[in-house]
Ligand binder design. Structure first.
Ligand SMILES: [Zn+2]
Length: 423
């Protein structure tokens, strides 16, 4: 993996970078940062089948995030009832051990996605949530659909070694903002110790991202960042956000971490997903985000509609639509029942090129009859939302390069505030 910062914002923290991932000599994936990693289950973006993956912007959509716990043998039957895509996939995968995945050659080979980059993180915010009360000095506990699982560094690294991701975050003991000082300190000590364990056990060529925790304590965040920065890692994964800290306090915590990390290495974060949170993270110097937000948005029947260039235009959006909160619309709203326009007029995603709001609204409103139809709606909505959010990241990169990131961010926040004030 190679990473280089190409441009800085005027304030000096937000940056545009180039992340190069190459698993073999003839293949190199170059992704511009700040970038969005597509959240997956077992390596495939949720709801989007492999044949529709190429409809997403390339190479922006070529960075996939997964949790190795998704592929943990005991988990395979869990997704059977969730979707027909997952059903076919899960049946074919049932019972695969880490050894078999290793024999196949890893995740790229197994899924036939050689031209995609895989980033492994121990948890996601969809099916593998950290469960701090059950974590102990031996390992981190996760709440999963099959119950609670304690994962030790040795087990985690066995999964990583078999799946061969391009990059992976080390095991972390994430805690929410409200835990005691003592518990928070223990989480930093464990996370640093597990980082050393993971480095010792590493047999894969993937880039190691050292995990940083510390809850809402500026001192613990600094201590953890300093300890991790001393280790031989290629980048950083910052956990413990979106776990009860206030948005006001977040900037100080983020800065405490960033001030102690070398500029030349990439920083990935978990737990910041809303557009305002993404802008806050980028302003602090974060390079990589996950797409959990658009997954949840899609499940709720929402589609993103905010204008992508906040500096030059704000009148060409669909802000007056009913069911809109100035960034998104609710496709279930009856106002769309006869609306024959696409979700966003100027959008060139697969969904907007082929379908109308009225059709998606129809799919949503007959969902109680046919699960398959509801799934189809999720596919269409998620394709649009992914496309739109990737374009949002592209606009942010452009704003940084043009020296206008601060105005871009301010304009976005102001328009949201104006709308909330009016309503
Ligand atoms: Zn679209």
């Amino acid at each position: 993996m190679k990473f280089a910062v190409k441009a800085w914002s005027k304030s000096g923290r937000a940056r545009v970078g180039s992340l190069q991932l190459g698993s073999c000599p003839h293949l190199s994936i170059e992704i511009e940062t700040p970038a969005l990693l597509l959240t997956t289950r077992k390596g495939l973006p949720v709801f989007i089948s492999p044949d529709l993956l190429p409809s997403l912007p390339s190479p922006d959509s070529h960075l996939l995030q997964f949790s190795p716990l998704h592929l943990y043998a005991e988990f395979f039957m869990l997704y059977l009832s969730e979707s027909s895509f997952a059903m076919g996939f899960a049946c074919s995968m049932e019972g695969l051990s880490t050894k078999t995945i290793s024999n196949i050659g890893g995740l790229h080979q197994m899924l036939g996605l050689q031209e995609y980059g895989f980033a492994a993180v121990p948890r996601d915010s969809i099916v593998c949530l950290p469960e701090h009360e059950s974590s102990n000095k031996m390992g981190a506990s996760f709440e999963t659909p099959s119950g609670r699982r304690l994962i030790k560094p040795v087990e985690y690294m066995e999964m990583i070694s078999s799946m061969k991701p391009n990059l992976y975050a080390t095991l972390a003991d994430e805690v929410p903002a409200w835990v005691s000082e003592k518990r928070n300190k223990a989480s930093v000590d464990r996370t640093v110790r597990w980082l050393d364990d993971c480095l010792k056990l590493s047999t894969t060529g993937g880039a190691v991202f050292g995990s940083i925790v510390g809850g809402s304590s500026v001192e613990e965040r600094e201590r953890c960042a300093q300890e991790v920065a001393r280790r031989n890692v290629s980048g950083y994964w910052i956990g413990g956000f979106g776990l009860g800290e206030s948005m006001d306090k977040r900037s100080a915590i983020l800065n405490a971490v960033m001030d102690n990390l070398p500029e030349e290495k990439p920083r990935q974060i978990c737990g910041l997903g809303l557009p305002e949170e993404v802008l806050q993270g980028i302003a602090a110097g974060i390079d990589l985000f996950d797409s959990t937000y658009i997954y949840h948005l899609t499940l709720g029947g929402f589609a993103l509609t905010f204008p992508l260039d906040r500096i030059q235009s704000s009148s060409d959006s669909q802000l007056s639509d009913k069911g809109s909160d100035n960034t998104k619309i609710n496709l279930k709203a009856t106002v769309y029942r006869k609306d024959t326009s696409p979700v966003v007029d100027s959008c060139n995603c697969y969904t907007c090129l082929n379908h109308t709001k009225a059709y998606i609204n129809h799919l949503l409103n007959v969902h109680e009859m046919l699960a398959q139809i509801l799934l189809e709606m999720y596919v269409f909505a998620l394709i649009h939302n992914t496309h739109h959010y990737l374009a949002f990241f592209s606009s942010i990169r452009e704003a940084i390069r043009d020296g206008k990131f601060e105005q871009f961010r301010q304009k976005f926040i102001d328009s949201r505030r104006d709308h909330l004030f009016v309503t």
